[in-house]
Design a protein around this ligand. Structure first.
Ligand SMILES: Nc1ncnc2c1ncn2[C@@H]1O[C@H](COP(=O)(O)OP(=O)(O)OP(=O)(O)O)[C@@H](O)[C@H]1O
Ligand SMILES: [Mg+2]
Length: 328
């Protein structure tokens, strides 16, 4: 899958911007020239929303219309419009949802924002859940159902006239869904464990192992406790996950550069899994920071040899003279 003819108007620091693309695209510019904004714009086109928090404004001038658009494989047209606080998504001139964008045009992001989220279990689970979706879309529906039931359960627990039979029924349904999702996550982690060291060992001799253990709700009477405390204590985010490098937890022991290399290897392992089905577009921002010359060169060599289309930001274009350079 290839994205071509990217167009931004009234987006962040760009008044109007046309970008011609190739397979390998290097976004080059000084600090504050718009490199991260360009990655954010492409991400927004492919996902129907930004990777930054909702209150980070995408519009340059909020009184005017913002348009982000692109063609895919020279045939499909994606269009994102933001105007008067409303977002309008179109695929080939027909209204579309963010979910349909994501399904049709997968992309994978590596950025400072991903690095900051790295120690957040929610982010890690989302990576493993994406790995599950590649083989099995059932889990996506299970996660949607789980979120819906959690909302219903909360309302039922907070309500003054509690319907205990109904609460029990929902509670059992939620627990069953959690068990199914966790079982899939166990398999997903096993797959990543079996391939991640192949990428990581380009950088280091150390071995990585991801430990995942679903939280055990079997022992206690959880529902009783939830009713007593009037809040939910069941959550998929309570599952245990540890990332061990030579048997040591990376968030306690690893250096910043090591953590960056582990995250990159994890993301690239998921890319390799995707590539068996559909090749996602790689969006890589600020990879160079905290990496030594060797790690920088190795990471670029690995990424360049992948069949995926790549957008990579850099402060020093000298490394990449055979690529399409987008100068800002
Ligand atoms: N909504 C907005 N409207 C106008 N300008 C914006 C908006 N949001 C951000 N900017 C500006 O865009 C500029 C470029 O930001 P960006 O993060 O893309 O820079 P960068 O090239 O990635 O820099 P660095 O090398 O420091 O990472 C910044 O000066 C920022 O203030
Ligand atoms: Mg930046």
């Amino acid at each position: 899958m290839y994205i071509d003819n990217i167009f931004f108007s009234n987006f962040k620091n760009f008044e109007l911007k046309n970008i011609k693309t190739d397979k390998i695209n290097i976004i080059h510019g000084k600090n504050a020239s718009g490199k991260t904004n360009t990655i954010e714009g492409i991400y927004t086109i492919l996902n129907g929303h930004s990777f930054k928090s909702k209150n980070t404004p995408l519009q340059k001038d909020i009184t005017k219309k913002t348009v982000l658009s692109a063609t895919i494989n020279n045939t499909q047209n994606i269009y994102v419009e933001i105007y008067k606080g409303k977002k309008n998504l179109k695929l080939n001139t027909k209204r579309a949802t963010a979910l349909s964008f994501k399904k049709n045009f997968p992309s994978i992001l590596y950025s400072i924002d991903s690095f900051i989220s790295f120690k957040d279990k929610k982010y890690l689970f989302s990576l493993f859940d994406r790995n599950i979706f590649i083989d099995n879309t059932k889990i996506a529906n299970m996660l949607i159902e789980y979120k819906k039931l959690i909302r219903i359960k909360k309302e039922a627990i907070y309500s003054i006239n509690k319907d205990l039979e109904f609460i029990k029924f929902i509670h059992e349904k939620v627990l069953n869904l959690m068990r199914s999702i966790s079982t899939e996550r166990v398999k997903s982690v096993e797959i990543i464990n079996s391939i991640i060291n192949k990428t990581l060992n380009n950088f280091t001799d150390k071995q990585l192992y991801i430990e995942y253990k679903p939280y055990d709700y079997g022992q206690k009477n959880i529902l009783k406790e939830e009713l007593l405390k009037k809040r939910l204590i069941t959550s998929l985010n309570k599952d245990k996950i540890n990332i061990l490098l030579n048997n040591k937890d990376i968030f306690t022991y690893a250096s910043i550069g090591e953590k960056k290399i582990v995250l990159l290897s994890l993301i690239l392992s998921i890319v390799l899994r995707y590539n068996e089905k559909i090749k996602p577009i790689l969006l890589i921002d600020d990879l160079e920071g905290d990496l030594d010359e060797d790690s920088k060169n190795i990471s670029f060599k690995i990424i360049k040899e992948l069949p995926n289309q790549l957008f990579l930001t850099t402060l020093g274009e000298y490394l990449y003279n055979d690529a399409n350079i987008i100068r800002l």
